[in-house]
Design a protein around this ligand. Sequence first.
Ligand code: PMT
Length: 406
Amino acid sequence: MRVLVGVGGGIAAYKAAELVRALQKRGHDVQVVMTAAAIEFIQPLTFAALTGKKVITSLFSRDSATDTLSSAVEHIGVAQEHDVLLVAPATADILSKFAHGAADDFLTTVHLAFAGKVILAPAMNTVMWNHPAVQENLKVLATRGYSIVDPDEGWLACGTVGAGRLADPERIVEFLDSLHNKRRDLEGEQVLVTAGPTQEAIDPVRFISNRSSGKMGYAIANAAAQRGASVVLVSGPVAIPPPPNVELVSVHTAEEMRAAVMERLGAATIVIKNAAVADYHVSDIPKQKLKKTATRLSLELDPTPDILAELGQKKGDRLLIGFAAETDNLLDEARRKMTTKNCDMLVANQVNREGVGFEADRNEVDIVTRDGRVIHAGPADKSEIAERILDQVATLRLHLHASAPA
Ligand code: PMT
């Protein structure tokens, strides 16, 4: 993997050299960026010797032969060339700048231009670490999906003992590998995903449906299978092929989707209810095509079964993740649906924005959890949004396993 290592200005900066070695030993390709403060603690030459590459220390790098600016947009190229941005030590100053979107040196600027995974390994004095401002910044960054490798406890350079020591470099590398090696963190899980629209017949040739393409649900099913889960995908009619290694169950109506879900529920440990199920259907479908008349036609509609609500009633210790497609009051509606339908988590999808939601390849969602967190994801490809949703699912699952009696 191509790892961009940002070194902050703290006493732990010298440990970044060890970190670079550990990353290289695991086969990662490393480029180092140092802040001005970091250079006070360790020479760029150390990292240049380790990586065999010029260390980036300034936004405006000059060509030494001609003394001219070599590129005014180096941060964009560097951001695009790397898979992970790993900052160690992440000082209180860097956390604050990242949280607030500052761009006053190379590291903070490349951070804003970076679309991949960001991992922060903070290191500082215990009192600083515990300061509400630092903790608030960490919360903001965690909410954005950044991964934080918590510091270790122990003797600190300031002569005190407590939390704040940079995590062991091996632990940081292990964390990075586990995150990016398409973790098999759903191994052993039986995931039931619903996707696509339902079609509710009006007569033998017409139906009520919606614009769901299945892309979001299929991306979730695909990502879950790649992360080791055994996946059943119950899908309404869509025009895209099913992902590999997934058992596809095709349905048309809400009633058929309900039956398919309930039939396969027994084995499921996680249910992700992404389908855009029609809320109403025609109960008495005429056998013949409705004839066109000059007068107004009224359709009598009855509610379809609310599959998610029924799943909530039968939840047991299974994880239940609902979706909410909304055009207004996004978070209020999401919280209401999460509570009334007894879900563990709800993915709120604002569906009246350009380029995201129904049919689009990209999406933007808020993942709302029972403990009151809201994790914003996107705009990004639906495959990336699927990973972000599953990150939260895997974390929830881990907590459930950890709190289960032995
Ligand atoms: O398929 P794409 O084009 O990729 O688009 C993805 C999407 C926008 C459809 C998807 O991300 C999404 O938002 N899915 C939820 C659609 C929906 O029906 O939302 P809702 O707010 O109406 O329903 C809330 C929840 O109840 C959903 O989990 C839904 O599956 C469930 N439900 C609704 C009605 C019903 N009769 N039974 C249900 O189980």
